[in-house]
Design a protein around this ligand. Structure first.
Ligand code: ADP
Length: 449
């Protein structure tokens, strides 16, 4: 079935579609040309334009109250198409319409016909009132009112209606356009509001799901860690010979179990750490410690990993480094993650350097003193367009690298959270400008007084 397009439905009034100044100019020019008063009334009886043309006669008559008993109102006149007032003057009215819709009335007058005269009663009354009030010349002013014929009045009315219909047509089109425009904006606004509401709902649902995911990961990781600790412990005991001497092949198998177990434990720990971060249950236990000592310990701990790839791992701490107030295990974790990445993404026989230096910046409110922990490697490097993304959870520049290098894509995200929790910042740069090989990670910790 063919769909019927929705109709624009709105009611218009003369005031909506015609500018009152232009309408007044129009009525005044008609009034002057035809020497007759013009009145425009909207469909609610509201007078929009009143251009009198009666030499002040009506005002005088209104002042002589006893002669007309307050019956000198245009309200009566506009009820009928032609009407004479009590003193014999005439008005003619016509409907103002647009597309069969009644918009108001046009009234022209007062005018008189050749034969119109004051009635004897009124004449007597006016003369008596004139004497009592000092208002003069009412009769002669009456005679100065324009004398018209029916044909003339019809010409005036139809001329005026023709011009009005052109003005109304233009105003109506303008009004219609603006109404359509408003309706379109309203529609777009409604649609946007609805989309916003749905978006907000989705965000809430996603937040809930995220919380659920974090708590699920935390539970699972915790459950996995317990048996894994036994796997690692027993394989260590086997290698140590607590269950009897192993032959070479058995020793290799036990070592593989231990290596894989440790790798699995690292992944589980990272997942646990990120779930803790995401659930907001991470807190800093700050202490004052020597960073040079920390980087020495980290370098020592990572040395076996570096040696396996014949990578030279060196470290250097600036002389006289101030003590850092921070959560030491977290700063250690930051360094471990950065150095282990550096070793992982650097080919055999490469170099990794660990440095600590003071950085005093003088940049207005962003100024201050920091300790920069820098890890430089001669590895595959990080391309410019992924420098921000690599710090997002589960992001890996090349997911096939998981197979080549191993990893979960969580290490840098943990680094970022830990550094930022201390009010610091972490980023990656190219160590050299000429080629993209190698990368330089800086974790910057603010020095507190
Ligand atoms: P993972 O190392 O477990 O994949 P990370 O969050 O530690 O996860 O690192 C995210 C990605 O950033 C890595 O997969 C790698 O593509 C890139 N990356 C991190 N460190 C380096 C580095 N030193 N050199 C080159 N690429 C790196």
């Amino acid at each position: 079935m063919e769909e019927i397009p929705p109709r624009l439905e709105f009611t218009v009034t003369l005031g909506d579609i015609i500018d009152s100044d232009s309408l007044k100019c129009l009525c005044m020019s008609f009034s002057r040309s035809y020497r007759i008063g013009v009145l425009v009334i909207d469909k609610f009886g509201e007078i929009l334009i009143d251009v009198p043309y009666d030499n002040g006669f009506c005002e005088k008559v209104k002042a002589l109250k006893s002669c007309h008993d307050n019956d000198c109102s245009l309200k009566d006149v506009i009820q009928t198409t032609t009407k004479s007032c009590f003193c014999g003057l005439r008005f003619k009215t016509a409907d103002i319409k647009h597309q069969d819709e009644h918009l108001g009335q046009l009234v022209v007058g007062p005018y008189r016909m050749e034969e119109d005269q004051f009635s004897d009663d009124i004449k007597a009354c006016l003369e008596a009132e004139e004497r009592a009030t000092g208002i003069e010349n009412v009769k002669s002013d009456f005679e100065k009112i324009n004398v018209e014929t029916h044909a003339n009045i019809d010409v005036i009315i139809s001329g005026m209606l023709d011009v009005l219909s052109v003005v109304i047509q233009a105003g109506y089109a303008r009004h219609l356009t603006s109404q359509i425009h408003i309706a379109a904006i309203q529609d777009a606004y409604n649609e946007l509001t609805e989309k916003n509401r749905r978006l907000a709902d989705s965000v809430e649902k996603l937040k809930d799901l995220d919380k659920l995911k974090s708590s699920f990961l935390a539970t699972i990781s915790h459950e996995l860690r317990t048996p894994l600790t036994s796997v690692i412990g027993y394989s260590e005991m086997l290698i140590e010979g607590f269950a009897g001497e192993l032959n070479a092949e058995q020793g290799e198998y036990a070592k593989t179990i231990l290596d894989k177990g440790n790798h699995l434990l690292k992944i589980i720990n990272e997942i646990l750490e990120i779930s803790k971060i995401e659930s907001g249950s991470i807190s800093l236990k700050e202490e004052r410690f020597d960073v040079s000592e920390l980087i020495r310990q980290v370098a020592d701990a990572m040395m076996p990993q570096a040696r396996k790839k014949d990578i030279s791992l060196t470290y250097n701490a600036e002389n006289g480094l101030p003590l850092l107030i921070a959560d030491r295990p977290k700063v250690r974790q930051v360094l471990i993650n950065l150095v282990s990445n550096a070793i992982k993404f650097t080919p055999a026989k490469g170099a990794v350097q660990l440095r600590a230096s003071v950085n005093i910046r003088d940049e207005g409110h962003k100024g201050g003193s920091y300790i920069d922990l820098t890890v430089i490697d001669s590895g595959i490097g990080v391309e410019d367009h992924v420098r921000e993304e690599i710090f997002e959870a589960f992001y890996q520049v090349d997911s096939s690298s998981t197979r080549e290098y191993g990893g979960t894509g969580l290490g840098l995200s943990i680094v970022k959270h830990f550094v930022e929790a201390h009010g610091g910042k972490v980023w990656v740069e190219n160590p050299g400008s000429d080629d993209r090989r190698g990368s330089l990670f800086i974790a910057q910790f603010p020095l507190k007084r």
